[in-house]
Design a binder for this molecule. Structure first.
Ligand code: PMV
Length: 324
């Protein structure tokens, strides 16, 4: 009873921030993203009747405490679905370094959902897998389908899942992930979502976010970079405004984050196809088109605090790997 799966992280263009239901991870709003090609989590799950407890090994290191508990809780969901009472060993590794500022929970729970459900003998549809992955980390629901993805908020557990709106080769969008040296301890997104409701700006963002999802989806389908750029930046700024005005406030940006955001806006005004989005950390995802990449890499590399730049095109959905 074993299976191995690969999943990519994703970058949200219209963000998920705040839950209607924290336990079920039902989001306040729908969101849009694309998978990040080349960056991946590979996870093998082995269910074995001789095991007396779950084990979780990440990058060769046995995990304990909160990290193990999150995986064990997730495996409980899989066991409940399969009506099986059997423990597992989970081996997982990312091909991108921890601390690079690329959230790994999306690819981690997407790969785990696919590997664990397959290993235990379940044959889940894409939407069922997306719903399952969502329970581990909301954004993981978006790492299940291929390419450009929409996660519909839905009414409840049954219809809160993600689906592909366009395949990975629909548009040659590139994410240049500018890694800044933060040295900061940040509040993780699970705790962060719970604070969204304390911000007076949360309700204001919610008023307009469905409209932004619809417009951004149109911009992607029509490959309209100018419209896409405006919407992506507006939503990222709005989400960070919600974070900053929460109680306690969540401030993820560094001064170098601001410099990149400002500079990219100037370049766009001068006619370059570039825009920025920032997740729950200080690093900046600069979204651009293939023909701008060489120029952008050169210029971004000169900005203060930029330690490294990862380059990712649009990736596939989660998939099984045949290890034989
Ligand atoms: O899936 P989570 O709980 O790690 O939340 C992701 C939150 C953001 O990355 C900030 C936004 C998003 O939609 O991915």
């Amino acid at each position: 009873m074993t299976a191995t799966a690969i999943a990519h992280p994703n970058i949200a263009f219209i963000k998920y921030w705040g839950n209607r239901d924290d336990a079920l991870r039902l989001p306040c709003n729908s969101s849009l993203s694309s998978n990040l090609a080349g960056l991946e989590t590979r996870t093998t799950v082995l269910f074995d009747p001789s095991y007396t407890e779950d084990r979780f090994v990440l990058a060769g290191k046995a995990q304990e405490g909160a990290s193990l508990k999150r995986v064990t809780d997730f495996l409980d969901l899989v066991r409940n679905l399969a009506r099986h009472d059997i423990y597992a060993q989970v081996d997982s590794a990312n091909n991108f370094p921890a601390g690079a500022g690329i959230a790994s929970s999306a690819s981690a729970f997407a790969a785990l959902a696919l590997a664990a459900s397959t290993a235990i003998g379940l044959k889940l549809s894409e939407s069922q897998l997306s719903r399952l992955a969502r329970r581990g980390s909301g954004s993981a629901s978006r790492s299940i389908p291929n390419g450009f993805v929409q996660w519909q908020a839905g009414e409840g557990d049954a219809d809160s899942f993600a689906y592909s709106i366009a395949p990975a080769d629909h548009w040659e969008l590139i994410d240049l992930i500018c890694v800044l040296d933060s040295g900061h301890k940040t509040v993780g997104s699970t705790a962060g979502h719970a604070l969204a409701h304390t911000s007076p700006l949360h309700a204001l963002r919610q008023e307009r976010v469905s409209e932004r999802v619809e417009l951004c989806r149109k911009a992607i389908l029509e490959r309209d970079f100018a419209l896409f750029a405006e919407l992506v930046e507006e939503d990222s700024e709005f989400m960070h405004a919600v974070m900053r005005t929460s109680t306690p406030p969540l401030v993820y940006w560094l001064s170098e984050t601001e410099i990149i955001l400002w500079q990219v806006k100037q370049w766009r005004k001068a006619g370059r196809a570039l825009c920025c989005t920032v997740d729950a950390g200080p690093n900046v995802h600069v979204l651009t088109l293939k023909n701008e990449v060489d120029w952008a890499l050169q210029e971004l590399g000169k900005l203060p605090g930029v330690k490294q730049i990862y380059q990712a095109g649009v990736g596939q959905g989660a998939r099984l790997v045949d290890e034989k």
